[in-house]
Design a protein around this ligand. Structure first.
Ligand code: PLP
Length: 393
């Protein structure tokens, strides 16, 4: 059976590959500690579940109308952006989607023509290069120079050309675990100012920022001009522990949102109708769970980074956002007899029974990603096991 060239270009998710191998070991009776998960280890708060159950009982089981989001859900998204991001959008500028992933895919579908260039900072979320290529775009990666992994304006200025159609900005970063502050965000925008392009601001982790980078600053807030050229993406997945609900949303220029909605109306018909009542509750109801999860993640992230820095050949920056540590492990390659992050992760899975994600999947084979969306005890046990293989400094 012949597959399309487009489908053949897509590689399977590396994060899932690690999870599969870890699951195999688990089935064989091995106690594997998993650091691969890109989702909170908390349950969806009860009031969100209750609102959704009420919607089911209330008969909201037909097609969502319109497919790009029921009016009350779009209003809730507008309220969230106003309250938490200082951004004013009207419902016609909003689309509700099947997770943040669908929102991003629809936007690439709406904007890319064959060969259009997309500037993609490294390390990047796994699905970005795949989505860009699937919709005919050309990925132009920008590799950071410093240990902190943040790009400098001069690097952005050097990469942008008149073929650049989209600049992808993901702060806080998955997998980097770092966040840009307001000044850095504005400096990056200044480096792009002379170009006719659209910014995709992926703000999935806007409520998960730590230490002196606690304050989130949305790209669209920089100025009216940038507001006009930015699509802001978010989801209830990470902030409200709702990954399996598949609820995302985006806001931006009306004509782009309209084009995205058209594509959506012929592909998925949008987010699940009754689940959208869960989104409304998540975005406008009691927010106590957000602070609780934030406090837990902040403590775990600092602890994980501190403990990772005890290990020989491992250097880790304290995370300032999301729920990932992204340590540089290249100095451990030679002692382990491996040549990249994938080899490192293989040894760790086999010898330490610890599941990690190789940085190769995110464009940096010198690093690995470890999620701290897991309990403190798991973090300590997993790092103790890694220490037995790597040694301590
Ligand atoms: N963007 C980033 C940076 C992410 O980390 C994720 C999820 O892992 C997504 C988008 C997609 O989120 P969702 O699960 O809501 O589709």
């Amino acid at each position: 059976m012949r597959l399309s060239e487009r489908a053949k270009g897509i590689t399977p998710s590396a994060t899932l590959a690690v999870a599969t191998k870890a699951a195999e070991l688990k089935r064989a009776g091995v106690n594997v500690i998993g650091f691969g998960a890109g989702e909170p280890d908390f349950r969806t708060p009860a009031h969100i579940i209750a609102a959704t159950k009420a919607a089911l009982d209330g008969g909201h089981t037909g097609y969502a109308k319109p497919s790009c989001g029921i009016p009350a859900a779009k209003e809730a998204v507008c309220e969230k952006f106003r309250r938490e991001n200082g951004l004013t959008y009207s419902p016609s500028q909003v689309i509700v989607t099947l997770g943040g992933k669908e929102a991003l895919a629809l936007a690439f579908a709406a904007l890319l023509d064959p060969g259009d260039e997309v500037l993609l900072p490294v390390p990047y979320w796994v699905s970005f290069p795949e989505q860009i290529q699937f919709f005919g775009g050309k990925v132009v990666p920008i590799v950071p120079k410093g240990d902190d992994l943040r790009l400098t304006p001069d690097q952005i200025a050097a990469a942008v050309t008149n073929r650049t159609r989209i600049f992808v900005f993901n702060s806080p970063s998955n997998p980097g675990g770092f966040a840009y502050n307001a000044a850095e965000t504005k400096a990056i925008a200044a480096a792009l100012a002379d170009h006719d392009l659209i910014v995709f601001s992926d703000e999935m982790y806007d409520q998960l920022r730590y230490g002196d980078r606690r304050e989130h600053f949305s790209f669209a807030r920089i100025s009216d001009a940038w507001y006009e050229k930015t699509i802001t993406f978010n989801a209830t997945s990470k902030t409200h522990a709702m990954t399996g609900w598949r609820l995302g949303y985006a806001a931006g220029p009306t004509n782009i949102i309209k084009a995205m909605s058209n594509v959506q109306s012929h592909t998925t018909s949008g987010a699940v109708h009754f689940a959208q009542y869960g989104l409304i509750e998540a975005l406008t109801g009691d927010q106590a769970h957000v602070a609780e999860m934030h406090a837990a993640f902040e403590k775990r992230g600092a602890h994980m980074a501190r403990r990772l820095n005890e290990l020989k050949g491992v250097r880790c920056i304290e995370p300032s956002g999301a729920f990932y540590c992204f340590p540089d492990v290249r100095e451990a390659f030679k002692p382990l007899g491996v040549s990249d992050g994938a080899g490192f992760c293989e040894v760790m899975l086999e010898k330490a029974h610890v599941a990690l994600v190789p940085g190769d999947a995110f464009g940096m084979d010198t690093h690995i990603r470890m999620s701290f969306a897991t309990g403190m005890e798991q973090i300590d046990t997993g790092i103790d096991r890694m220490a037995e293989v790597l040694g301590r400094k």
